[in-house]
Design a protein around this ligand. Sequence first.
Ligand SMILES: NC(=O)c1ccc[n+]([C@@H]2O[C@H](COP(=O)([O-])OP(=O)(O)OC[C@H]3O[C@@H](n4cnc5c(N)ncnc54)[C@H](OP(=O)(O)O)[C@@H]3O)[C@@H](O)[C@H]2O)c1
Length: 347
Amino acid sequence: MENHNLKLVLVIGGTGAQGSPVVKALSASGRYSVRILTRNPSSTQATKLGALPNVTLFKGSQDIQKDLHAAFAGVYGAWVNLDGFTIGEKNEIFYGIRAYEIARHQGVKHYIFANSDYTLRKAGWNEQYRSHNDAKGRVGDLILSHGQSTMKTSLLTTGPYIEMLLDGMFVPEEQTDGSFIWENPSADGKIPLIALDDVGAYSLWILDNPTESAGLDLEVATDQVSFADIVATFTKVTGKHGIHKVVPLEEYLVKAEPYPGAYSNFTVSPDVSRDESFTTWRENFAAWWRYWGEGKGATRNMELLDRIHGSRIPSLEAWMRMNNYDGRPKSVLKSLYDLRKGGANSE
Ligand SMILES: NC(=O)c1ccc[n+]([C@@H]2O[C@H](COP(=O)([O-])OP(=O)(O)OC[C@H]3O[C@@H](n4cnc5c(N)ncnc54)[C@H](OP(=O)(O)O)[C@@H]3O)[C@@H](O)[C@H]2O)c1
């Protein structure tokens, strides 16, 4: 049951790695109730979140417009993270725009878009930096361009999750001698890693402080670190030897792609028809590594983040200590979890 004494916030992507800390933070605040849009209210993640105070589950899909209309109806606020890795870049742009338009139609008061760096624009329109992040970046720019009358809008821009050290792109390989190797093409730039728990706190701050957060593109990070920093911190915290082995991009891409010729949205079957707007995993992650590895995303205003979230996780070292990080993998991303068990609706 939705509690009508609280401000109701629709969270799209609420069962995911980024959205679930937002749901938890809003629920724990006692100031908001939450409606989560999910394709499968019976999933492990949805069931756990649905048991929290003032959280309800709403069955629907982010790429069906009638579901978006129904989901946005009657809500005060919205926090929207579309999953480009599932719906693809072109759909992410279309539904990113449609979700915003439908929210306006439905009279939403504060719209938070879970944004990512517009890598192509921030790297000076050089196509070598055109990555999957751009789908959100384009939509984010468009949203802010419409101003702040009748609906407040805020961008919450995340770089790579710090949790990618556990699942996904930044997991090291344990060697027989007990050392851990990060083998990738990263240059020595600083990468703005964000701890997901703090995404919840920043989202709550945005909702609680509309005067300051309206029109803001809040670029968040826990720490801006190079791979040399990551291995040095790992060694300091765990006492284990960490190594960053830089390999040429082409060599890395062939070795790391999920399957030969994989698409960027590799969690969706390769047999599903795709048009030429779909990038391959190699094209996408070549640009992704260039952008982040060269430090082009190290643009976060850490003083601002300290001010608005004084108890934020202060550093990569603190995150590693808090999480007893030991270099070994753990499940973080719902899409990868679903892929391993055979699909988002198979529970
Ligand atoms: N990994 C990173 O470091 C990173 C950093 C910044 C941004 N991002 C971006 O975050 C997005 C993915 O979110 P995540 O990291 O939270 O991934 P995740 O843990 O895999 O979660 C995916 C979320 O998307 C939802 N979803 C997928 N397709 C849906 C659909 N058709 N209708 C409704 N919900 C749908 C899932 O909900 P249900 O399964 O419950 O329907 C789930 O909540 C991607 O666009 C990615 O580019 C990732």
